[in-house]
Ligand binder design. Structure first.
Ligand code: 13P
Length: 250
C-alpha cells in the first residue's frame, strides 16, 4: 500500500511571520493524520518553518535547488545547503520553472540525481499543456518527461522519487483534470516506470496529482487507484483549507 503524500507548494508566497503562524495553526489540524504532510516553502521561510515544524508531523521542503555543491553560481542554492538546515523534500522541474527559468529535462535529471545522493526526497513534476492535451500528445509528453527525468537512476533511487503529475492547464486556473483523466495519465506514468525499472518499482513509486486541488475535490481525486496524494498550490496558502485536503479521508 503506497502512502499518500500531500504537499503544499507555496510558490513565491509568505513572509517568515506568515510561515510561522501557518505552521502553528496547521500542526493541530493534522497531528493525527496518517498521510505525509509536506510544506514546500520559499528559501527565506525554510529556517523558520523548520523550527516551527520540529516535533510535529509536518515535513519541510524547498521548491528548487542547484545540482552543483558550491561555487560561482550567483543566486543559486545547493542541495547541501538545504540538507544542512534540515530540509527533507525538494520540488524539481515544476512547470513554472520549466516555462520561466529554462529548466530542461536534462537539468531536471541532474538535480534529481543530486537530491537523491543527498537523501533529499525529490518531488519531480511532469505535465502537458492544454494544446498538447487537445492534440492527443499528453501521453507522449508525460512519459517522455518521466523517462528523461529518471534516466540513469537505480531502482532504489526511482522508488525514493515522488512524481507529481501536474497538467499545466490545471495549475492556478481552477480547472481540475477529471479524476478519471488524472488517474489514467498517472497510470501511463506508472507504466513508463514499469517499462524501464520493472513492475515492483513502479508499484512502489508515489505519484501525486497537482492542479487546482482543493478541499472540495481532494477526496474524489485521492481515492482513485493510482493517485497517491497531491501537490497543492493556491489551496495550500490557508492552513484550514490545506488541513481539509490533508484530512480528506477523515
Ligand atoms: P494550484 O493548486 O494553485 O493549481 O497549483 C498547483 C501547483 O502548481 C502545485 O505545484
Amino acid at each position: 500500500m503506497r502512502k499518500k503524500v500531500i504537499a503544499g507548494n507555496w510558490k513565491m508566497n509568505k513572509l517568515p511571520n506568515e510561515a510561522i503562524s501557518f505552521i502553528e495553526e496547521l500542526e493541530n489540524y493534522v497531528k493525527d493524520s496518517e498521510n505525509e504532510v509536506v510544506i514546500c516553502a520559499p528559501y527565506t521561510d525554510l529556517f523558520y518553518a523548520l523550527n516551527m515544524a520540529q516535533g510535529t508531523n509536518i515535513k519541510i521542503g524547498a521548491q528548487n535547488m542547484n545540482w552543483e555543491e558550491k561555487g560561482a553560481y550567483t543566486g543559486e542554492v545547493s542541495g547541501e545547503m538545504l540538507k544542512s538546515i534540515g530540509v527533507e523534500y525538494v520540488i524539481i522541474g515544476h512547470s513554472e520553472r520549466r516555462a520561466y527559468y529554462n529548466e530542461t529535462d536534462e537539468t531536471v535529471n541532474k538535480k534529481l540525481k543530486k537530491a537523491l545522493s543527498l537523501e533529499l526526497k525529490p518531488i519531480v513534476c511532469v505535465g502537458e499543456s492544454l494544446e498538447q492535451r487537445e492534440s492527443g500528445d499528453a501521453k507522449t509528453i508525460v512519459t517522455t518527461q518521466t523517462k528523461l527525468a529518471l534516466e540513469g537512476l537505480t531502482n532504489k533511487e526511482v522508488e525514493d522519487t515522488i512524481i507529481a503529475y501536474e497538467p499545466i492547464w490545471a495549475i492556478g486556473t481552477g480547472k481540475t483534470a477529471t479524476k478519471e483523466d488524472a488517474n489514467e495519465t498517472i497510470k501511463w506514468i506508472r507504466e513508463e516506470v514499469a517499462k524501464n525499472y520493472g513492475e515492483e518499482v513502479a508499484n512502489k513509486v508515489i505519484i501525486q496529482y497537482g492542479g487546482s486541488v482543493k478541499s472540495s475535490n481532494a477526496k474524489e481525486l485521492f481515492e482513485m487507484s493510482d493517485i497517491d496524494g497531491g501537490l497543492v498550490g493556491g489551496a495550500s496558502l490557508v492552513a484550514e483549507e490545506f488541513a481539509k485536503i490533508v484530512n480528506y479521508n477523515k
